[in-house]
Design a protein around this ligand. Structure first.
Ligand code: HPA
Ligand code: ZN
Length: 344
């Protein structure tokens, strides 16, 4: 049976219908070229690409920084509250189509503030779409405010946390040369406010940045974290404390963290007993949403439907939702598991 299940079509069918959870998704990274061009026109923002094809052709990256340049340029077309609503609703409708039952979204307030957009417009638009998706499609969600590590931690952004509508804070943008320490104070304040804490670490940066995210920022999950395997003591710490890694395989290949999907270390992360999950990061830029990431990765690494279930159970465990919601998500997975037993 195992070999039958491993045929690509059956694995793809299994993953497509599998109830899923996404934990690492930048909402600005879901800006598809069609909406990018439309918003540039609507808002009168001058960008270097005039057509959808020209935008797509620019999506070739050498590393994280070369991607971030394109990503922040794209984000500059988002100006009005309704832009954020439309962007977020488009992503949530992808979630509906891909059986994503719970999703946790990052946003980058400092980028929008620098573009002259009020935080109330950013958060108002995103949260309205999240509320509509919960009401109409029963998709639960959490919003995570990211500090951009190559900028200073702005007090006005820290104050935004107090406005409500935020489940936690994160740390993203250019990792190399920007270790976690600068953000110790804002992460301490966030914890005292009862907010969750995550940080990108060990994507391009060394294992030391993962240690410091854990020890200095007191994070509950590590975003990416794939370089942890270089440090066995770090792996033990992550395993013992059940710290989840929100791994993004298509992103890692697009940004040349791994040369190809078949070289990705996700299989080794799982074998080491790490609480690994699969996520899409910036799907409009990296060639696929969550289902494509899971199907592509499992088939490139000869992993199975059982591994897909494990990855989703890991994601439920690591999610920032109520225990009641987690029980409901786990029940859906158990049911899916039971009804596909003949295939597993
Ligand atoms: N890494 C760091 N910062 C980011 C990313 C990423 O993959 N995507 C958007 N901001
Ligand atoms: Zn990311």
């Amino acid at each position: 049976m195992e070999s039958t299940m491993n045929t690509k079509g059956m694995l793809a069918d299994f993953v497509e219908d599998l109830p899923k959870v996404e934990l690492h998704l930048h909402i600005e990274g879901t800006l598809e070229p069609e909406l990018l061009i439309a918003l540039a026109q609507r808002n009168g923002v001058d960008i270097p690409y005039k057509t959808i094809e020209a935008a797509r052709a620019a999506y070739q990256f050498e590393d994280l920084q070369s991607f971030l340049n394109v990503y922040y340029l794209g984000a500059s077309v988002l100006r009005e509250e309704r832009d954020f609503y439309e962007l977020t609703l488009a992503y949530m409708s992808r979630c509906k189509a891909q059986q994503i039952r719970h999703t946790e979204l990052f946003f980058d307030p400092q980028t929008h503030l620098a573009n002259g957009v009020a935080l109330a417009a950013v958060m108002g638009g995103i949260n309205a779409a999240l509320r509509d998706a919960e009401r109409d499609w029963h998709i639960s969600s959490a919003l995570i405010l990211c500090f951009e590590r190559d900028r200073d931690p702005e007090p006005s952004v820290a104050h935004a946390c107090a406005l409500g509508g935020i489940a936690g804070i994160g740390l993203d943008s250019a990792e190399l040369g920007n270790p976690p320490e600068k953000f110790q104070e804002v992460f301490k304040v966030a914890k005292s406010m009862g907010l969750h804490r995550v940080a990108h670490a060990g994507e391009e940066g060394p294992p030391a940045y993962i240690w410091r995210a854990l020890d200095v920022l007191d994070v509950e999950r590590i975003d990416h974290g794939v370089r942890c395997l270089e440090d066995p003591a770090l792996v033990r710490r992550l395993v013992d404390d059940r710290i989840a890694l929100t791994v993004c395989p298509f992103s890692n290949v697009a940004l040349k963290v791994f040369s190809r999907l078949s070289e990705h270390n996700l299989g080794r992360l799982l074998k080491a007993g790490l609480l690994a999950t699969i996520n899409s990061d910036d799907p409009a830029y990296f060639g696929g949403y969550l289902s494509e990431n899971i199907i592509g990765t499992l088939s490139s690494l000869d992993l199975t439907a059982k591994d897909a279930l494990l990855l989703e159970r890991n994601a439920v465990e690591a999610a920032f939702c109520t225990d009641q919601r987690k029980q409901s998500l786990l029940r859906d997975l158990d049911q899916y598991d039971a009804s596909h037993r003949n295939l597993l």
